[in-house]
Design a protein. Structure first.
Length: 271
């Protein structure tokens, strides 16, 4: 059983929903990433989503775009991100780690080489934003061969037939992008999210995580009431940016927000 499958089963048995944190590897500098990973796990994160810096992150809003730029100024490559995961694994062999990024760096490394290196580093799943199922067969097969989960995206505009195709290709969980926009967008309609998730549950037995537009305890609790996992990214990355020159303050601020989200999601109305 994979780490991702196990954590979903454990939280379901506990009657709790998963909290997934996103931040960009190497932001604001490479030495900050692994301590930040440990800090958010201690504060209540269940799955770590680690962004691979990319020069043209088309799905990202300005907050995460700026994070990629800060990381790239330190020459943080895909190989360096895998080194960070390997370092994290020296003291945490339980928390699932998912890489989120774009196809270009992976294609340059080569699908099989990437899959082997990621598995050896301790990666559990991969989200490749700009690689649809039709074009992702080779990469997804390589990931599965190395016991990693290809995690695929579903949008509000995804139709039923395409949802079936995505569901058949995905492993681990399905990531529902709850907004018609980029990361960091402000408006989230939970009723619309609930309606789409109900449609998805008729098609897939995979857990459903929801991201985009979740920035505070209230929105996290609302989404936790209808989804299996809540993904928070831009709100955390914004705190990294605000405290980029003070590592201790950064960790405290990010862990503090994670603790607030965890508390709200675990409130009786949401479990």
């Amino acid at each position: 059983m994979s780490r991702i499958e196990r954590i979903f089963e454990e939280r379901q048995a506990e009657g709790r929903k998963l909290l997934v944190s996103f931040f960009t590897a190497g932001d604001p500098h490479p030495e900050a990433t692994v301590p930040l990973m440990h800090a958010v796990v201690q504060a209540g994160v269940d799955i770590l989503e680690l962004g691979v810096p990319f020069s043209d992150p088309m799905a990202e809003g300005p907050v995460i775009q700026a994070a990629c730029e800060r990381a790239l100024r330190h020459q943080v490559s895909l190989e360096r991100v895998l080194e960070m995961v390997r370092e994290f694994r020296t003291t945490d062999d339980e928390t699932p780690v998912v890489l989120m990024g774009y196809a270009n760096p992976v294609e340059i490394m080569g699908y099989q080489r990437f899959a082997a290196a990621a598995a050896a580093a301790g990666v559990d799943g991969v989200i490749t934003v700009d690689l649809p199922p039709e074009e992702g067969v080779e990469l997804n097969d390589a990931l599965i061969q190395h016991d990693m989960d290809p995690i695929l995206l579903v949008a509000p505009t995804t139709r039923t037939e395409r949802l079936k195709k995505i569901s058949s290709a995905a492993r681990g969980f399905i990531y529902y992008v709850s907004l018609r926009g980029v990361t960091g967008a402000a408006s989230l309609n939970v009723d619309e999210v609930a309606e789409k998730i109900a449609e998805m549950r008729k098609i897939t037995e995979l857990p459903i995580g929801v991201g985009f537009g979740i920035s505070d305890a209230k929105s996290a609790a609302a989404v936790a009431s209808v989804a299996d996992a809540v993904v928070v990214g831009s709100a955390l990355v914004r705190l990294v940016e605000q405290h980029q020159h003070d590592a201790q303050a950064m960790q405290q601020a990010v862990a503090g927000l994670v603790a607030e989200l965890r508390h709200a999601m675990d409130a009786p109305a949401n479990v």
